[in-house]
Ligand binder design. Sequence first.
Ligand SMILES: Cc1cc2nc3c(=O)[nH]c(=O)nc-3n(C[C@H](O)[C@H](O)[C@H](O)COP(=O)(O)O)c2cc1C
Length: 189
Amino acid sequence: MSKVVVVYHSGYGHTRVMADAVAQGVERHSDSTCRLIAVEEVEAYWEVLHRADAIIFGAPTYMGSASAAFKQFMEATAPFYLARPWRNKLAAGFTNSGNLCGDKLNTLLQMAVFAAQHSMIWVGLDLLPPRAFDGTFDGQLNRLGSSLGAMSQSGVEQPPGQSPPIEDRLTAAHLGERVARLAERLVER
Ligand SMILES: Cc1cc2nc3c(=O)[nH]c(=O)nc-3n(C[C@H](O)[C@H](O)[C@H](O)COP(=O)(O)O)c2cc1C
């Protein structure tokens, strides 16, 4: 059994949709549990994070990087940087933005460097980019062609119930399940 925690920020609800999808993917894997923690409430849950086998980070991309609230969470971990309670835990990430690109790779890079600073083991997305030769992406996972983590795109005018699209949510679920599977292997050792 593996314990996975998703720590996320979502200003307007779209990244929260992705966080839910990641959690559903984690729990698709037998015996894995997933706890969702919003960055606004993280101060009460450090021990939950320290006991997890894997932590998956989620943030919207604001101005080409992780949102300020998520960055605040990152900086709040500095007091235990030296003690390294997250050493050898798995880490992964997802981000959502308004534009197809939106410079959101930078957000995943920030998360991966952050995980490395905590001596964590980064898990990327094991999905090839979709075959786009005929120009259609419908129904295909990883439609945005990311390797480092799960990406999603939400129209800023669309409410979270309609966006991000199902392909992005299924991609997020795939990442969650992958992390749960790998975390279980790590726990067994
Ligand atoms: C302050 C701010 C900055 C933003 N910067 C970007 C950006 O750099 N790239 C982009 O594609 N979208 C950008 N957006 C759009 C958001 O990424 C998009 O609305 C996203 O769905 C918000 O996620 P949330 O609902 O979880 O907060 C920005 C939105 C805000 C409010």
